[in-house]
Design a protein around this ligand. Structure first.
Ligand code: UD1
Ligand code: UDP
Length: 404
């Protein structure tokens, strides 16, 4: 069985790692990996292949950055000959980025089956580029692998047949579980850009005097167009971060989209004091997966607009303040440590203070986020594919939704 996997952006790499590892354990599966080139910087791409032991892509389409339309069109155009040459039994796509929807469209246009991993998530906000990618990808995928029950409900409401939907758990959490022990071995000396090469005692920042909880640092990631592309919004969020930074050191690995925007507003240079300064906002380049995971697991809290980070913090039990009006991952609110603060700086500061007073949200890891999602997905593919020799819906004989 030939499975062609398409990835392109940072969160894709985190999600494909356990799937590729699992596929390689099965003699009957021949996995191919196509990198679209949507992300290409060392710290946005190569470092993930290294940290996560992902095999080098068989093909890189090298599309680079462009408008969404051009990027999707170029991926489709460059993927088509690859699909024609390889004729895979199925194309596997993960997540909700432009590479995901482009891969799905290119495959279905050639009558090749598509499996979507992380299907069914909905923010119900169609101004969000990823929401369009999710809706379109799910509408044309043959197999839909879902991380949380809301995804199953959404797909059923959209009329997708139950026989194609599989609640399997979360491959991003598979990766986290696989990597946490290795990440925990990283000492402060591994973060000279944060704590300086001669950080006293070579230990992580100590609890603040009188603090009921260790006040170490807050980790920030922001990159959604709705947060960073609007100057007014970015300035407001930035001011809130500066104020929070007076109470706890903020460590902010900056996504390239955000780096450009901060530079445009002249906010990128002024803030960095010497490494290991106890307070303030420390801007650093994007981190490789293991280093980011280390900081995420140590942080007193996280401020983010990332999808994946909401899930990871829920698993880690670290309070997460999500700078968005909605989330496509409601289980992180209902069961996890996530709180939506919207684009309201007062709310962000208030919730940060609550956490610093020891009143951070507690949560638990959702069902099936047990490190076995990739195993379930590959078992389902092995079971289903021989039964569905073509993409005609009536021929796709797939068992009913299952938790395992
Ligand atoms: C994309 C995804 C988003 C995901 C994010 C993960 C879409 C629509 N968006 O957003 O869902 O959360 O990736 O990080 O697919 N750039 C670089 N170097 C790189 C990559 C990008 O400098 O390696 C810069 C370019 O100026 C580019 C900008 O970042 O124009 C945005 O990149 P793009 O891939 O279009 O979107 P992201 O914001 O990264
Ligand atoms: N991540 C990372 N380094 C960073 C920021 C994030 O390794 O500097 C990881 C994070 O742990 C998660 C993934 O990147 O696994 C999330 O990707 P991102 O936030 O870019 O995309 P989203 O999940 O919002 O689509």
């Amino acid at each position: 069985m030939k499975i062609l996997n398409v990835v392109g952006a940072r969160p894709n790499f985190v999600k494909i790692a356990p799937l590729m590892a699992e596929m390689r354990k099965h003699a009957a599966i021949r996995p191919l990996l196509v990198h679209t080139g949507q992300h290409y910087d060392l710290e946005m791409s190569d470092s993930f292949f290294q940290d996560l032991d992902i095999p080098q892509p068989d093909i890189n389409l090298e599309v680079g950055s462009a408008s969404a339309t051009c990027q999707i069109a170029q991926i489709m155009e460059r993927l088509e000959p690859v699909l024609l040459a390889e004729r895979p039994d199925i194309v596997v796509l993960v997540g909700d980025v432009n590479s995901t929807v482009a891969g799905a469209l290119a495959a279905v246009k050639l009558g090749i089956r598509v499996a979507h991993v992380e299907a069914g998530l909905r923010s119900f906000d169609r101004t969000m580029p990823e929401e369009i990618n999710r809706v379109v990808t799910d509408a044309i995928s043959d197999l839909l692998f879902v991380t949380e029950p809301s995804g199953v409900e959404n797909l059923l409401k959209e009329g997708r047949p139950a026989s194609r939907i599989f609640l399997v758990g979360n491959v991003m959490i598979d990766t986290l579980r696989n990597c946490l022990a290795r990440a925990r071995q990283l000492e402060p000396a591994a973060f000279p850009e944060v704590w300086g090469e001669n950080h006293p005692g070579r230990c992580y920042p100590e609890p603040a005097a009188g603090s009921p909880k260790p006040a170490r640092f807050a980790l920030v990631t922001l990159h959604r167009p709705s947060t960073v592309d609007d100057s007014l919004v970015l300035r407001i969020v930035w001011q809130a971060l500066e104020e929070i930074g007076k109470e706890i050191q903020i460590v902010f690995p900056v996504h390239p989209r955000t780096r450009k925007r901060l530079r445009d507003l002249g906010l990128d240079a002024a803030v960095n004091g010497p490494p290991a300064a106890p307070k303030g906002v420390r801007l650093i380049p994007p981190l490789s997966y293991l280093r980011f995971l280390r900081l995420e697991s140590l942080a007193t809290f996280v401020v983010t607009d990332s999808g994946g980070v909401q899930e990871e913090t829920t698993f880690l039990g670290v309070p997460c303040l999500t700078v968005r009006e909605n989330t496509e991952r409601p289980i992180t609110l209902a069961e996890g440590t996530n709180t939506l603060v919207g684009l309201d700086p007062a709310r962000l500061k208030e919730e940060a203070r609550r956490i610093l007073c020891g009143k951070g949200k507690q949560g638990r890891a959702p069902a099936l986020w047990d490190g076995q999602a990739a195993k379930r997905i590959i078992a389902t593919l092995e079971q289903c594919l021989p039964q569905c020799p073509d993409t005609a819906p009536s021929r796709v004989g797939i068992p009913s939704p299952t938790a395992g």
